[in-house]
Design a protein around this ligand. Structure first.
Ligand code: HEM
Length: 237
């Protein structure tokens, strides 16, 4: 009798374990799909950031061309929705697998992801809030204000944000495509490190372009984004 009961409970446990595995696989696939949508936006967004190497004017011109695409209401809802779903699943998986010992590129992927999780809501609120609520688009001058008013905070912050976004997206896409059976393509560890290293150098040049180290820039305190920031926070030099 107890043998039969043992068998039934073993079968039940197997069934539960297999359902949990299917559930985890579905979650991972949804997260991968959302990641790919975010990556498409991020390609435009980071190329826009790098355009500042050519000058703040190039940054603004590129942004005025691509902004109507990513701020087209359906596209914006898709991108922001993908970020929310991606974040929720990341939180669930982190809580479930926090003890899993990741190594190498997967570990750095997690570090970059956790950094982005901590800052992304603040980033979107800070840069999109002004255009939603006050019709003010930060643009190169808004970024120049933050870099000049709080250099100790904003240079490292933008640098980490851009590099974490680049690395997380590149490693993420190379995991997501095979997971979705889309493409059997995988970047080698050395290619990933090299690409991120090159991007980091370009990111420094972009920040130098935006901050006024490479080009003449107008007074960074004399623009609508700077005035809005100062009136909201009552600070800013
Ligand atoms: C140095 C790096 C970055 C800088 C300087 C930057 C700056 C900006 C600026 C100025 C905007 C407003 C765009 C506009 O008015 O058209 C913006 C929007 C946004 N950024 Fe970033 N960003 C950076 C990296 C990232 C990264 C890594 C992510 C990660 C996903 C990200 C996600 C977003 C999102 C979701 C929006 C809102 C898009 C929209 O709905 O219009 N950004 N960013």
């Amino acid at each position: 009798m107890s043998l039969v009961a043992d068998e039934i409970s073993a079968t039940g446990a197997q069934h539960l374990a297999s359902r949990a595995r299917t559930h985890a696989r579905t979650q991972a696939r949804i997260q991968a799909g959302c990641g790919l949508i975010i990556a498409l936006f991020l390609v435009l967004h980071l190329v826009n950031f790098l355009a500042a190497i050519v000058g703040p004017g190039a940054y603004d011109s590129f942004q005025s061309i691509v902004r109507p695409a990513y701020q087209y209401p359906a596209v914006e809802v898709l991108v922001l929705g993908a970020i929310v779903v991606h974040l929720i699943i990341a939180g669930v998986r982190l809580a479930r697998e926090s003890r899993r010992n990741l190594r190498g590129r997967a570990r750095w992927h997690r570090y970059a992801g956790v950094f982005l999780m901590l800052v992304i809501v603040g980033h979107v609120a800070a840069v999109r809030g002004p255009s939603w609520f006050a019709d003010i688009y930060p643009g190169a001058q808004g970024l120049a204000f933050t870099l000049n008013a709080y250099p100790g905070y904003f240079y490292p912050y933008y640098f980490l944000l851009a590099c974490a976004g680049f690395y997380h997206a590149l490693q993420g896409v190379s995991v997501a495509l095979p997971r979705l059976n889309a493409l059997r393509w995988r970047l080698s560890q050395s290619q990933l490190v090299l690409a991120t290293g090159c991007f980091a150098v370009l990111a420094v040049l972009s920040l130098a372009g935006l901050g006024g180290w490479l080009y003449e820039i107008p007074d960074p305190y004399d623009n609508d984004a700077a005035r809005l920031f100062q009136s909201v926070f009552g600070v800013g030099g």
